[in-house]
Ligand binder design. Sequence first.
Ligand code: NAD
Length: 244
Amino acid sequence: MNRVAFITGGTRGIGRQIAITLAKAGYDVAVNYRAENEDLTITKSEIEKCNVKCLPVQGDVSEFEDSENMVKQVIEQFGRIDVLINNAGITKDTLLMRMKKEDFEAVLQVNLVGTFNVTKSVIPYMMKQKEGRVINLSSVVGISGNAGQANYAASKAGIIGFTKSLAKELGSRNILVNAVAPGFIETQMTDVLKDEMKEEIKKTIPLKRMGTVEDVANVVKFLASEESSYITGQVIQVDGGMLM
Ligand code: NAD
């Protein structure tokens, strides 16, 4: 039987690459999406090319009921969840002076509460299995802070506290919980930045380039594997040395 991975927001960007990388490693993959579109079709077909199963599950991670239903569907179909990757995330960048309460709440609701919703729904099954891995997508700005991203940085810092707390709660149950903190990765999320800004950012990165989705997915694959069985409660930066 293949190991089973469940990835939230898994149809494009970093989430899609994690799904494909794990599929190549032989996992059956459940991919959460919000609305059916071409991204989902492409992701599903890439996963199925790897001769593993792909289960698309529709839902909004910011809704607790949706999260519970999605997890139930994955369990019904695959019987277990070995690895949960909390990847779904949004930004609503602006300086605090201009940030509306709704902008702050929306980002916290998807990024942090969404991570809680799905994890809370998965953990009872991992406890029964007596093993499991949870991998949360944080960000370097959750460690360093960033002007114009008070909402996003707070959500990603919250994810770090959540990760470390769960690692302490669940270690004795053989459930390992870690976070990955990417720096600047080329995806649709960072496409919105102006070219001059991207060039300025690259100058601050020792490796002098933006990261790729593969750079992040490979670390997630390691954290999902047997090779990382003595690592829990850690935040692994994938940032080309940007933040030290
Ligand atoms: P992206 O915008 O390309 O993908 C995010 C995915 O999350 C999309 O598929 C979107 O539909 C999904 N999503 C958003 N809200 C959702 C909801 N409520 N329910 C379900 N799905 C939802 O972004 P990305 O760059 O691939 O980022 C993936 C993760 O990595 C995010 O958590 C992001 O914060 C984090 N991250 C990205 C970067 C970067 O430079 N791209 C850096 C640090 C951290």
